[in-house]
Design a protein around this ligand. Structure first.
Ligand code: 9D3
Length: 243
């Protein structure tokens, strides 16, 4: 068997991670030996007696800036725990947008080092020296990089073969239908019993027993929903896993 993916997370809020990650797919994948993670409190590495990890911004302005030293030392210490080189990822609003192709790339690494920032930002000099990939989860403002780091972890771990149940993995992205030029599509609508609920019927075709017709209907729905809700997806270039 191949070595489990290792994810090291550096944060000022270490207590946030374990309950969330252990309760979801990553928790199950860890129990199955497919992934392991550590969560490290950057504050432990502050070399001043008050354990300060931030300071006022040069040039003035609101908020605080995370200092270089604690983060640099934390990265050195955590990276030394394993000889494999880590792909360093800083979660930041200034980063490249997280997309499924990026998740797929990250999932191929043997080891990820995730840095969750907080405060107004991190001193640029330590970012330059660490030279991490910089990743954002979307164009909105979160309070810190912690939830983005958990989201990235979740998205990466569910791609590890065996992380999902067999039933779920069969429905995985690479098997689901694509657009005319291999683009990812939005999902079709789903229905279950009862056939009539509050006067609303489920589409007859789904209970017709004609599997070819069902498949065609679902693909049409996927294309139509993508056209109306996410036309941008149809103009995207095909993903790396598309035929
Ligand atoms: C006034 C400038 N703000 C930037 C929009 C400051 C600021 C806000 C929020 C700086 C850091 C944060 C905390 N957010 C993250 O660390 C973060 C994030 C996000 O806010 N949105 C989307 N993805 C990410 S990844 C990390």
């Amino acid at each position: 068997m191949t070595a489990p993916l290792r994810i090291d997370i550096l944060t000022l809020f270490p207590e946030m991670f374990e309950p969330v990650l252990s309760a979801s797919i990553p928790g199950r994948a860890r129990q199955a030996g497919l992934v392991e993670w550590t969560v490290t409190d950057i504050r432990r590495y502050a070399d001043n007696k008050h354990q300060r990890v931030d300071d006022r911004p040069f040039g003035g302005g609101p908020g605080m800036v995370m200092s270089c030293q604690p983060l640099w030392d934390a990265v050195q210490s955590v990276e030394a725990l394993d000889p494999r080189p880590a792909t360093r990822v800083l979660l930041t609003p200034q980063g490249e947008r997280l997309t499924q192709p990026l998740v797929e790339r990250l999932a191929r690494a043997p080891r990820l080092l995730l840095i969750a920032g907080h405060y107004e930002g991190i001193d640029e000099r330590v970012i330059e020296r660490l030279a991490p990939m910089e990743v954002s989860i979307g164009d909105f403002v979160a309070s810190g990089g912690e939830i983005p780091a958990m989201l990235l972890t979740d998205a990466v771990v569910r791609l590890i073969p065996g992380a999902l149940g067999h039933e779920e993995s069969a429905a995985q992205d690479s098997f689901s239908p694509r657009g005319p030029r291999g683009q990812r599509l939005l999902d079709c609508p789903h229905y279950t019993r009862p056939r009539t609920w509050e006067g609303r019927e489920a589409p007859d075709i789904l209970t017709s027993g004609d599997h070819a017709k069902v498949a065609r209907w679902r693909l049409e729905q996927m294309l139509e929903r993508t056209r109306t809700r996410r036309p941008d997806l149809l103009h995207e270039s095909p993903g790396p896993q598309s035929p």
